[in-house]
Ligand binder design. Structure first.
Ligand SMILES: *Cc1c(COP(=O)(O)O)cnc(C)c1O
Length: 480
């Protein structure tokens, strides 16, 4: 490929792009129960218009582009009100849930450096169900993650275990509202009390739930308080590119007050170029997601979101009831929004990852999740507006496939699983090719045709070995 010597005409460039996209997960056809947050054509249109208008602006310096300052303040104002924050609550617009969580942890670390300078090896307490981005933050910012158990039936964080693990190194408690894997909200009020008792910061990861849950509450669901109404909560992350239907690259992180947020900011005057002050991780940054988020919120308004939430709520009930009605499946915990994990019912032999493959062959995408801690391997279903109406047909196919696969075994041959299970994490890089070939990969960067086999092998490995395998694979798909 390489750079074309002469520029191409517009039609050919666009055609090339379109052709590449043919192989992607279809967007908006309502058959993918994951990854996609589509709220219909009208929302897409306004998003496109706003994104296009903002493409040239540079978020590096909001004094040069006052529109960006105003857009961000208006979005944050909505977010603060949505999460019942008082006028002291402040925040930042970020590029996504991961950046919001990275910043929350970085803020906690720098707050600790300022207030507890004697502390050299800070830790944060993370329930097993806490999003991987907390671990990314741990790795990036050198705050050790200490794992907290979750209840094996409810999948909510075990507050007793968290209490027991607080020590002189702890700087931050974390919880989810809800966790991505099971859609379960952690005991936020109890953890808030813990944070107050021990004078600790407490971050609530509302990346996926914080925008939607207040609407579900207004529609009559019993949602335990998870936001700034809860004493002890010091920061909350809330993605706008999920259930606020903003373009990707849109999230907010909010803090109880400006004194805490101060530790998030970065300034640099120690070089020969322009003075730098950044609220978030990026410096030169696109204004497109911010303008897109702002525009969608104005376009849909509170009533629009409430209506979409009502559709989602109906879809969720149908999904959860339908999944519970399928013999051979078991829903994990009590999902509080449309994020549902199902596994094989007790005593039923059902190769759950093969089920995911079968569904995909029949045009339905559901996400396999590996077993971890108290959570067994499972399939994850997420409802968004475009598939709320597709629940029944999906369930019908699922029921057929569950019946067909019940009593069958996994696809991974035992020797392969054994060999993989004996691998030390540091051996993975050397033996990756061999392992992939055994799994049926036809060449570097090619996933074995049977995804189930890959998931089954991964499922048998400790997290550290899984991580090495994932990185080895990534190193192969990005070739230059
Ligand atoms: C999606 C998600 C995140 C991470 O957000 P990204 O936008 O993918 O970076 C964090 N926490 C939870 C609970 C999520 O669902």
């Amino acid at each position: 490929m390489g750079m074309p010597t002469k520029g191409m005409n517009r039609e050919d460039v666009i055609a090339g792009l379109r052709e590449m996209q043919q192989g992607d997960l279809p967007i908006g056809d309502g058959k993918a129960f994951g990854f996609i947050y589509a709220a219909g054509e009208a929302v897409d249109e306004i998003k496109k218009a706003a994104v296009t208008m903002a493409l040239g602006a540079n978020g590096l310096d909001p004094t040069m582009f006052p529109s960006l300052r105003q857009l961000e303040n208006e979005v944050l104002d909505i977010a603060r009100e949505h999460l019942h924050g008082d006028e002291n609550v402040v925040g930042s617009f970020t590029s996504g849930g991961t950046e919001s969580l990275l910043l929350a942890v970085k803020t906690a670390r720098d707050h600790a450096r300022a207030t507890r300078p004697e502390l050299t090896r800070p830790t944060m307490l993370l329930p097993e169900t806490a999003h991987s981005s907390f671990h990314k933050a741990a790795a990036y910012f050198d705050v050790e993650a200490i794992e907290v158990a979750v209840d094996p039936e409810t999948f909510a964080a075990d507050v007793g275990d968290m209490r027991a693990k607080i020590d002189e190194r702890t700087i931050l408690l974390a919880a989810s509202a809800p966790g991505y894997a099971h859609g379960v909200i952690d005991p936020i009020e109890d953890i808030g009390r813990l944070a107050l008792d021990h004078d600790l910061l407490f971050h609530v990861d509302g990346c996926i739930g914080a925008f939607l849950l207040p609407y579900l509450e207004r529609l009559g669901d019993e949602i335990p308080p998870f936001d700034f109404r809860v004493p002890g909560v010091s920061s909350i992350s809330m993605d706008l590119h999920k259930f606020a239907y903003a373009p990707k690259g849109a999230s907010v992180v909010l803090y109880r007050d400006a004194e805490l947020r101060r530790h998030q900011y970065f300034a640099c005057a120690a070089w020969s170029g322009y003075s730098v002050v950044n609220s978030t991780i990026q410096s030169t940054k696109s204004a497109a997601p911010l303008a897109g988020a702002w525009a969608v919120m104005r376009f849909l308004g509170d009533e629009g979101y409430l209506k979409l939430a009502a559709e989602l709520r109906k879809g969720t009930t149908a999904l959860v009831d339908g999944l519970r009605a399928i013999e051979g499946l078991k829903v994990l915990g009590e999902p509080q929004m449309g994020l549902v994990a199902v596994t094989a019912a007790d005593g039923v032999a059902l190769p759950i990852f093969r089920l995911a493959d079968r569904m995909q062959e029949r045009g339905w995408y559901v996400q396999p999740q590996l077993g971890y801690g108290n959570s067994p391997r499972n399939l994850h279903f997420q409802i968004e507006p475009s598939n709320a109406a597709n629940v029944e047909p999906m369930l019908a196919v699922l029921a057929e496939e569950v019946e067909a696969l019940t009593g069958e075994s996994d696809s991974a041959p035992a020797p392969l699983v054994q060999m993989a299970a004996q691998l030390q994490p540091e051996q993975v890089r050397l033996r990756f090719g061999e392992l992939m070939a055994m799994a049926g990969s036809t060449g570097p960067g090619e996933l074995p045709k049977e995804r189930a086999l890959v998931n089954e092998v991964m499922d048998a490995l400790p997290a550290e070995t899984r991580q090495e395998l994932l990185k080895a694979f990534l190193g192969q798909i990005y070739t230059p």
